[in-house]
Design a protein around this ligand. Structure first.
Ligand code: ZN
Ligand code: ZN
Length: 333
């Protein structure tokens, strides 16, 4: 089919600044898909408004915030350690039970089903910031208007387009793995579980239905919204704002953006990641906070992870951009 292949043929002509060929052509998704995606994106914010009204003058129970923090951690690590570093890039080998557990935890983050997520992200690495990239902020060119439009597209606009990424092409390894196919199929059930858990935990802990409801809002919908926007910010902001200490492929403008490091579990060291995609650590420099890398280190010490691709000092040095040269333009590789 053509939608995903057209840009591949045209990308040889890409000059690095113009809008992508065919940028205006993308077919809008069907009504049902748009309605579903819109409700997933908008509902958590309606929930935020609702919870502020509910909590007005009464404060917010500590239980809600603790449950939110725990679920943010579990699902966030599911995405970063599981979906991204393990299943997309194979940066380490996990015990089979851990592989399944991480796949389940990531699925509970409302970021699409496992195999779909991996396929889209592999395609992003294959065509980074060139025609064919499913969510590049450079889609509409580098002029101010095009850049702002591109940021919106890279953040969440791309979710509303019918630009299918064939899993047969980008994730045949996971399609051949029965456990991963089962987790992928269970995605809707795992989403329901992700919201039901805080509700019942809140109800059980406080002994009131009201306690269950506030936990559902804070540790359910609002927690989902926060993690979604942090992940989307890596797609949008971490290709536009920040530093580029390491060389990447031609046209690749990924950046390191420190303010998002903690909330993104280290994923915002995105230039480091694009420079060495199979490395288990994304924060390659000293002092760069990378909680997901720390968790992989812990898994390794516990004997649950092996063959971990840790940064290689020699390779790192070779990938450094010359900071003194003002011409260290993106894509100098
Ligand atoms: Zn990227
Ligand atoms: Zn990646």
């Amino acid at each position: 089919m053509t939608i995903s292949e057209q840009p591949v043929k045209r990308r040889q002509d890409y000059d690095g600044t113009s809008p992508f060929p065919g940028a205006e052509e993308h077919a809008p998704a069907g009504r049902a898909v748009v309605a579903l995606t819109a409700s997933i994106v908008i509902l958590p914010f309606i929930a935020l408004g609702a919870v502020i009204v509910l909590a007005w003058g009464q404060g917010i129970a500590l239980t809600d915030l603790l449950l939110a923090a725990v679920l943010y951690g579990v699902t966030g690590l599911g995405v970063t350690v599981g979906f991204h570093r393990l299943l997309t890039h194979g940066s380490f080998t996990a015990r089979p039970w851990l592989r399944v557990a991480l796949a389940i935890a990531g699925s509970m983050s409302f970021q699409g089903n496992l195999i779909g997520w991996v396929a889209v992200h592999r395609r992003h690495h294959a065509f980074t910031d060139q025609p064919g990239d499913p969510h590049s902020p450079y889609r509409y060119g580098t002029g101010l208007r095009g850049q702002l439009r591109g940021l919106a597209h890279a953040h969440l606009g791309w979710l509303f387009t019918d630009d299918r990424t064939p899993a047969e092409r980008y994730a045949p390894d996971l399609l051949a793995e029965p456990a991963m196919v089962r987790v992928t199929r269970a995605f809707p059930a795992l989403c329901a579980l992700s919201l039901a858990l805080p509700f019942f935990a809140g109800w059980a802990i406080t002994g009131t239905l009201y306690g269950g409801l506030t936990a559902f809002l804070w540790a359910g919908l609002i927690r989902v919204a926060l993690l979604q926007h942090v992940t989307w910010s890596v797609n949008s902001l971490c290709h536009v704002i920040g530093s580029r200490p390491f060389k990447t492929r031609r046209h690749d403008r990924s950046t390191n953006l420190w303010p998002l490091a903690l909330l993104s579990f280290g994923e915002s060291w995105h230039n480091g990641h694009h420079s060495d995609p199979t490395c288990a650590r994304h924060g390659l420099e000293r002092g760069q906070l990378d909680p997901a890398g720390g968790v992989i280190r812990l898994f390794e010490r516990l004997g649950w992870a092996s063959d971990v691709h840790w940064p290689d000092a020699g390779r790192l040095q070779r990938r450094r951009t010359d900071l003194r040269s003002p011409a260290s333009a993106p894509g100098a590789d």
